[in-house]
Each structure stands twice: as structure tokens, then as C-alpha cells.
Design a binder for this molecule. Structure first.
Ligand SMILES: Nc1nc2c(c(=O)[nH]1)N[C@H]1C(S)=C(S)[C@@H](COP(=O)(O)O)O[C@H]1N2
Ligand SMILES: [Mo]
Length: 186
């Protein structure tokens, strides 16, 4: 049995968080944009994402408050594949993530384009439930859940760090679950 990361305990199901409320999504208006330090700014519809190559794997989900949900099946588009289409410029160090509710977070570029980083369209073989981020959420298995922005609308590639919602309140720049990176070091 693979172990849980330090300080985590298993619970049976997700606890839904929507710190800025549940956004109304009109699927015909919704887009996922890739902007910032890129050669090509891109914008994808939900249908376009569904028509791209889908990746799928099973992985645990870890919230920084200490709960973990084991063996969630994720499927969607590889974040790396999507980003490569935008032709990122040299010097990109961070991905700043925007959600439809105004939520933001920031992820090191290296983690954003890591092997299992996914723009998840499905959880456990079903399209995401509205409360879990329909139509799409970012998921990176080795980063804490607050980096898994629900109702994602934009990825901005940048060379400069800036806090997202939780980072501004003291949460870690990277948030690696295996390194226990919960809070910024002072
Ligand atoms: N837009 C948005 N994304 C979000 C959050 C949020 O409040 N708003 N909460 C984050 C946190 S702290 C966690 S642990 C997970 C929880 O995912 P769930 O609501 O699907 O259980 O969503 C993350 N993504
Ligand atoms: Mo969380």
C-alpha cells in the first residue's frame, strides 16, 4: 500500500470548498485561455478540450487541512500538451491560474508541465460535478488541493512570482505534499 504524505489522514470523500462561492458557468461562453509569456495566445472551448487526446490515471487527492481521498480516477487533457501548443517563451517560471469565481493560485512551471499535471474534465468517469469544478479543474497529484483550481478559465505563464488567493494568506509558493510544504517559510 502506498503511504499517505506526512500529516495526512484518509477520508472517504471530498469536502467541497468554494471560498468565493459557486460560479454560474455558461458552457457555450466558457473558455480556457493560455496567455502571458507565450508565442501564441490560445483559447479552448469545452468541446475542443473533449476532442483532444484524453489522459487518464488514478491518484490520491490531498488537502492541506489534512484530509486525503485515495484512488480518484482523473481524466482530461495533459496540461503539458496544452501548454506546448502555446509555444512558451524562454524564462517562464510560474503558471498563474485564474478561475471563474475569481479564485487564483500559482504553480511552479516545472510542476505545471509535469507528467501527470492534468486539466481534468472527469472525476471517477463522470464529467466534473458543478461543485467539483465543471467544466474543468487543474490537478497535479504531488501538490496540495488548493493548487487544484476549480472552474479554471486562464493559465498565465510568467517569469515573476505573485501570490494567489491562499498564497497571499501564507500558504506555500509550491505546496509539494511529500515535502510538507504547507506554509511559506518566514
Ligand atoms: N475555484 C476554487 N477552486 C478551489 C477551491 C476554491 O475554493 N475555489 N478550493 C481548493 C481547495 S483548498 C481544495 S482542498 C479543493 C477541494 O476540492 P473539492 O471542492 O472538489 O472537494 O479545491 C481547491 N480548488
Ligand atoms: Mo484544501
Amino acid at each position: 500500500m502506498p503511504e499517505l504524505p506526512p500529516g495526512q489522514r484518509k477520508i472517504p470523500d471530498f469536502i467541497v470548498y468554494r471560498i468565493l462561492g459557486q460560479p454560474e458557468i455558461d458552457i457555450n461562453q466558457w473558455r480556457l485561455e493560455i496567455t502571458g509569456k507565450v508565442e501564441n495566445r490560445l483559447s479552448f472551448t469545452y468541446k475542443e478540450l473533449l476532442n483532444m487526446r484524453q489522459v487518464e490515471y488514478v491518484s490520491d487527492f490531498h488537502c492541506v487541512t489534512g484530509w486525503s481521498v485515495e484512488k480518484v480516477r482523473w481524466s482530461g487533457v495533459s496540461t503539458r500538451e496544452l501548454i506546448e501548443l502555446s509555444k512558451p517563451l524562454k524564462g517562464v517560471k510560474w503558471g498563474y491560474i485564474y478561475s471563474a469565481d475569481g479564485y487564483t493560485t500559482i504553480v511552479p512551471y516545472e510542476d505545471l508541465i509535469s507528467e501527470q499535471s492534468i486539466i481534468a474534465l472527469k472525476m471517477n468517469d463522470q464529467p466534473l460535478e458543478p461543485e467539483h469544478g465543471y467544466p474543468a479543474r487543474l490537478f497535479i497529484p504531488h501538490l496540495y488541493g488548493w493548487k487544484s483550481a476549480k472552474w479554471i478559465v486562464k493559465i498565465e505563464l510568467t517569469d515573476t512570482y505573485k501570490d494567489g488567493y491562499w498564497e497571499a494568506l501564507g500558504y506555500h509558493q509550491r505546496g509539494n505534499v511529500w515535502k510538507d510544504e504547507r506554509f511559506k517559510k518566514i
